[in-house]
Design a protein around this ligand. Structure first.
Ligand SMILES: *Cc1c(COP(=O)(O)O)cnc(C)c1O
Length: 373
């Protein structure tokens, strides 16, 4: 079996696969009315919220779109803070729906600081919302979300919409305490289940805004989904099998305990970073903001990511991800989220060392790594 070290979707633990094969039930049945609250309540410690968590059948990008259409009207001024590919995507979604978006770009490989965000907010003037990416999967950078939220709430009443797709379930996320209004995640990353659902935690304020505002939408309506969830169901047919699998996954995460889950991710990231440095490789993220779930590493000059990925898969059965956008060919990304074992991370570094030892075979026309905005 392959060692899948990408940033998702990921193979699911056998318990999760079994749970999702137990047989489809109706979303209007008593069995479903037992299933849904169990799953959503089980997720509360990972979102850090008592607010409604809404399960929409869509990928993470759908969840980002749902946040935008419920909270933003065309013409609303928005500050998007972007430190990479996914930050850019959130800005693009808002722009697509007519928001007047100012993007504050942070150099790839580092995270926005509270001072950056406070300054960007001052420069932007009053905004309806700030869009943040908690864990920028394209660069392997974790933003100091608590501090960013504090900087925002100190000087503004902007809504705080957060892409937590590759962080929720793997690292601390205290939505209520930090003042986050909408937090989006998915089943297929740290939550160890199959792709198919976006889980969106919505603060009372976000729900109030969505009630009277936002913009035209049908399927992605927060208030109607919140009312359905209150009744133990969903507005429309959900990915039932994914929810059944997610129940098992959340059970595993709860049994391990959030603190231990967070520590396991942090430790794997630290060990991996150290091993890469020992190999003479350069992790793309600054040490202070290195992600607990994905590590991007720049390749030596002249070595292309596609060749490295091919060799890792062919000779070692290891799948890693390439870089994104400007980093596509000079970077590989190693995922360590969800149900990984330390041995799989160690095997990946060892294999990477071997593959790079034979880089002569792989040399191609590749630009030197560098920072881009
Ligand atoms: C994976 C990812 C997404 C997009 O998720 P899809 O489910 O592919 O739409 C968005 N944001 C971040 C930070 C991600 O890692």
């Amino acid at each position: 079996m392959n060692n899948v070290r990408t940033s998702g979707p990921l193979p699911v633990p056998p318990q999760v696969a079994e749970a999702s094969a137990q047989g489809i039930i109706s979303h209007r049945s008593d069995a479903f009315r037992a299933l849904l609250p169990e799953v959503l309540d089980g997720l509360r410690p990972f979102f850090g919220t008592a607010a409604p968590i809404l399960p929409f059948t869509c990928s993470g990008t759908g969840g980002m779109e749902a946040a935008v259409v419920n909270c933003l009207a065309p013409g609303d001024r928005v500050l998007a803070v972007s430190a990479g590919h996914f930050g850019n995507r959130f800005a693009e979604v808002a722009r697509c729906y007519g928001a007047d978006v100012t993007v504050h770009h942070v150099p790839w490989g580092t995270a926005p600081t509270a001072a950056d965000v406070a300054e960007a907010l001052r420069a932007a003037g009053p905004v309806r919302a700030v869009l943040l990416t908690h864990n920028e999967t394209s660069t392997g950078v974790l933003a100091p979300l608590r501090e960013l939220c504090a900087a925002i709430t100190e000087s503004s009443d902007a809504l705080i919409l957060v892409d937590g797709v590759s962080s929720v379930g793997a690292t601390r996320f205290d939505m209520d305490d930090w003042g986050v209004d909408v937090a989006v995640t998915v089943t297929q990353k740290a939550l160890m289940a199959q792709p198919g659902l976006s889980l969106i935690a919505t603060s009372p304020r976000a729900l109030r805004v969505a009630h009277g505002g936002g913009q035209r939408r049908y399927y992605f309506d927060f208030p109607r989904m919140a009312a359905a969830v209150e009744e133990g169901t969903t507005t429309y047919t959900p990915a039932v099998a994914v929810l059944q699998g997610l129940r098992a996954a959340v059970g595993m995460l709860r049994a391990e305990g959030p603190e231990r889950v967070f520590e396991r991710h942090r430790a794997a990231a630290g060990t991996l970073r150290q091993a890469l440095l020992e190999l003479g490789m350069i992790p793309a993220a600054d040490a202070w903001c290195a992600s607990p779930t994905v590590t991007a590493v720049h390749l030596p000059d002249g070595v292309g990511a596609s060749g490295v990925r091919r060799a890792l898969e062919r000779d070692h059965g290891i799948l890693v991800a390439s870089g994104r956008s400007a980093w596509k060919e000079n970077t590989v990304r190693i995922g360590h989220m969800g149900a990984f074992h330390a041995a799989e991370i160690e095997a990946t570094v060892a294999a990477l060392g071997q593959v790079l030892g034979t880089t002569a075979l792989l040399a191609g026309e590749v630009p030197a790594p560098g920072r881009h905005t």
